[in-house]
Design a protein around this ligand. Structure first.
Ligand SMILES: [Zn+2]
Length: 342
């Protein structure tokens, strides 16, 4: 079968569309014929390599996929041949205290397809049956591959970590990113007022269409000053951070009393300065978050089926044009997700 394979770390040209053996599902696993596979920033990190971490290579990229269950190995249950399915992007031991309390991402054995074991950007993938979820009838395969990782991450940040409540105000950085487009919708679904930042006027209109109440063009305006203006100097209750070093101190200064900052990434660098006075005087919380639980993914899928949440797709590319997708992600010239079709 064909697969997007990284043998050695490097630029977009390091990805090879290779001919590799079709995976054999082990006991308890399901073989999925991939109809669409989503791209995430994670793919970029795996391709480039992460400082201080050794990733197993060669690796097939990709955490998100949808497709058809074509082979059910003994011991796999809850799914039958021919079912339309999507893949939960994370896997864990399923029996430790974290897994049993719905905190799978804290499991010592937690892993993500395309990072810890072969991923979804291929014609087939074999996954544990627990990772197979029913694709809502209302969603196309492309849509089914565009939402799991980013909506799961955003839901976990806003709802589980920040405990977002109706009427609260939220700052969501990079409203055109995967995390941005999903966070805007989830925050609106929960009755919040959403302020987001974008890098172009074109993206501003799209962010408003998704439900953002206020949009700041961060290339023209300082977002921290705009937050002061838009909230009458009060600040926001929650900040969704995935930018990192470039915005960290201003994100903290943008919080209201009792505010919560949740971080799931640091694309511009890891060194954030924190003025500790703000943290204690204003009773702030700084929360880390990564991925989420399958129970959250089930809730998200239900809202997708009801048309209350929508996958946002920037473009669909054939697998052979994957390098183009990596370049577009590096240039941030996207609104929503890139989906690959094998
Ligand atoms: Zn576990």
């Amino acid at each position: 079968m064909k697969a997007a394979l990284v043998r050695t770390h490097g630029g977009p040209e390091a990805i090879e569309i290779a001919e590799v053996p079709k995976p054999e599902p082990r006991p308890g696993e399901v073989l999925v014929q991939v109809k669409a596979a989503g791209m995430n920033h994670l793919d970029t990190w795996v391709r480039r390599g992460l400082p201080g971490r050794t990733l197993p290579l060669p690796m097939i990229l990709g955490a998100d996929a949808s497709g058809i269950a074509v082979e059910i190995a003994p011991g796999a249950d809850g799914v039958k041949e021919g079912d339309r399915v999507f893949v939960a992007p994370g896997f864990s031991c399923t029996r430790c205290v974290h897994c049993l309390s719905g905190e799978e991402a804290l499991c010592r054995d937690y892993g993500i397809f395309g990072e810890h074991r072969n991923g979804t950007q291929a014609e087939y993938i074999a996954v544990p049956s627990g990772n197979i979820l029913a694709l809502p009838d209302t969603l196309s395969f492309e849509e089914g591959a565009a939402f799991p990782l980013v909506f799961l991450t955003s839901w976990h940040m806003l709802i589980h970590r920040a405990r977002l409540r109706p009427g609260e105000e939220v700052l969501i950085h990079a409203g055109g990113s995967g995390i941005g487009t999903s966070s805007i919708q989830i925050a609106k679904l929960h009755g919040a007022r959403v302020i987001t930042t974008v890098g172009s006027d074109d993206k501003a209109g799209k962010a408003r269409t998704l439900g953002a109440d206020e949009v700041i063009n961060y290339r023209r305006e300082d977002f921290a000053q705009e937050i002061r203006r838009l909230t009458g100097k009060r600040g926001v209750d929650v900040v969704i951070e995935n930018v990192g070093q470039e915005t960290w101190d201003r994100s903290i200064r943008s919080l209201a009393r009792g505010g919560r900052l949740v971080t799931c990434g640091a694309t511009t660098g890891y060194e954030g300065a924190t003025d500790i006075r703000y943290v204690f005087f204003k009773g702030l919380s700084i929360l880390g978050s990564t991925m989420g639980s399958r129970s959250e993914l089930l809730r998200i899928a239900r809202f997708m089926a009801e048309g209350k949440l929508h996958p946002v797709i920037d473009r669909v590319l054939p697998l052979a044009r994957i390098a183009e997708g990596h370049r577009a992600m590096a240039e941030r010239s996207l609104f929503g997700k890139i989906v690959l079709t094998p």
